[in-house]
Design a protein around this ligand. Structure first.
Ligand code: AMP
Ligand code: MG
Length: 484
């Protein structure tokens, strides 16, 4: 055992959220799962928490993730929030199946699937194995891609029966985040006209996520400015990598600018701007291409919630910067993907839109295209092989060749850089489904393999080459159900 690290008997949790007014949360004990067993634990998150990895082997660790063992200082509770779901305001949501157990090293620990809370409404407070595997793996994959996200320390399965159209088994993800405050947390108090709680929450969120603003005279306006910037950045990050969240309700939007609450998300297979990954999203509100707009819409909802604290005209001026902030970040990222040294909107927007139109028209695999382009030195064979028709690809490559002439770095430098910005692997839904199908039979080998890929998506991983190709036709651009 490493004496510098904590074991579960010695670690001490704190509970900063409980310093907020009592309307912000409800104290509740976790309800452990029957016959729980460890499926996977994340050594890099253990390191952040300074928890000794040897703890993973112990029954106490399983009990800890199962909510059956509470470390010192743990005072468990569910958070209260509201939210706009598919555009409609729901005045009370809250952690219906996530139970907060305390804070360690600035990370708030939460058990997702640990039973009912005051906010469960008609739900059972549980999460099934398949959706827990999806959250566990994808939060690590987003981190591996360099995108802001919550993370997870461990995943446990069980023999606990949970009904979702059929009998399944319950699981728990112990997830961690520097903040669990959502846009909807503010909406809850604004809607109730509970302005002193609203102010306390804003002060809390500033101290937690933007401590440099604590003593600023216009701290609430600056707070909103930060959230607008973080959200614009996150949306551009999602678009550049081809990630569709699927349920961008305001209760799933993080004040800290993190990807949170993984549900029916998807990575693009073939590039499709209009792709809808969520089966229940009939109107395509949360389609891939609409995400940046929804980010702005959600910020408007946050702006309204903050308006009792700050002059609305000032908030609106801040929000008006969103499109430009988004565009700047998106252009920067696309420039990196294409290996361009300097990107300007005037010069490069046409090149990017031409490219996306070509990918869409030829239904080309988004990830595979950019990774193949990261080896492009003039020989077009591999790129032409990805699409059925050659002319649109040749036309775009002509423009790209022309544009590359403005680079001063060598081709080798360009390609090395591109391979750091274009992942070889993303966790597509068909891959996750294979992992889940096997896991449901008690074999977690693909979960382990995908975790390895997730942590290092830019590396070659020769043993996993089969995950780097085109998605099999039967599984391309499917929709997922929300049921989880
Ligand atoms: P989501 O869109 O998955 O983030 O969930 C929306 C709301 O429903 C949140 O308040 C969740 O806590 C709640 N919820 C989702 N599934 C369940 C469940 N099985 N039991 C209780 N509450 C749930
Ligand atoms: Mg949620």
């Amino acid at each position: 055992m490493n004496l510098n690290k904590l074991n579960l008997n010695t670690l001490k949790l704190t509970n900063p959220y409980l310093s907020l007014p009592t309307e912000c949360y409800d104290r509740v004990l976790p309800s452990p799962l029957v016959d729980a067993h460890l499926i996977h634990a994340n050594a890099s998150v253990a390191k952040m928490l300074e928890i000794d990895e040897s703890e993973f082997e112990t029954q106490t660790f399983v009990d800890f993730v199962n909510g059956a063992y509470q470390p010192m200082g743990s005072d468990t509770f569910a958070m209260c929030y509201a939210g706009h779901q598919f555009g409609y305001f729901v005045p009370r949501l809250g952690d219906g199946r996530a139970i907060n157990i305390g804070t360690l090293n600035g990370l708030h620990l939460q058990l997702k699937g640990a039973g009912e809370t005051k906010y469960s409404r008609s739900g059972d407070g549980r999460a099934v194995l398949r959706s827990s595997i999806r959250e566990y793996l994808m939060s690590e994959a987003m981190h591996g891609l360099g995108i802001e996200t919550t993370r997870a320390l461990a995943l446990i399965g069980s023999n606990h029966k949970v009904y979702r159209q059929t009998w399944e088994t319950g699981a728990i993800v112990l997830r961690v985040s520097p903040s669990w405050v959502r846009f909807g947390t503010f909406e809850y108090f604004a809607h109730k006209k509970r302005y002193s709680e609203l102010e306390a929450l804003a002060d809390y969120a500033i101290a937690e996520s933007y401590p440099h603003l604590m003593d600023e005279p216009h701290k609430y306006l600056l707070f909103f400015t930060e959230v607008v910037g973080k959200t614009a950045r996150l949306m551009a990050d999602w678009q550049s990598v081809g990630f569709a969240h699927g349920v961008m309700n305001t209760d799933n939007m993080s004040i800290h600018g993190l990807t949170i609450d993984y549900g029916p998300y998807a990575f693009l297979d073939a590039y499709d701007f209009g792709y809808i990954c969520n089966h229940t999203d009939q109107g395509g509100r949360y389609s891939f291409g609409n995400q940046p707009n929804v980010g702005e819409w959600n910020l408007q909802a946050l702006m309204v919630a903050l308006s009792p604290l700050v002059n609305s005209d000032k908030l609106e001026k801040v929000l008006a910067q969103y499109p430009q902030l988004y565009t700047q970040r998106y252009l920067y990222l696309m420039g990196k993907k294409l290996g361009l040294e300097q990107v300007t909107q005037e010069k490069d927007l046409d090149l990017f839109t031409h490219l996306l139109g070509m990918l869409q028209g030829l239904t080309i695999d988004y990830t595979l295209f950019f990774r193949t382009l990261s080896h492009y030195e003039g020989d077009r064979k591999d790129l032409l092989n990805i699409g059925l028709y050659h002319k649109p690809m040749n036309d775009w490559l002509d423009s790209y060749d022309e544009r590359l002439k403005a680079n001063t770095i060598s081709t080798e430098e360009r390609l090395v850089s591109m391979r750091k910005h274009n992942p070889k692997y993303v966790l597509k839904n068909y891959m996750l489904q294979e992992a889940i199908d096997l896991a449901e039979k008690g074999d977690f080998s693909i979960v382990n393999d995908l975790f390895t890929i997730a942590q290092n998506p830019y590396a070659e991983h020769k043993a996993f080459e089969r995950w780097a190709g085109v998605t099999p036709n039967a599984f391309k651009n499917q929709k997922l159900s929300c049921s989880s």
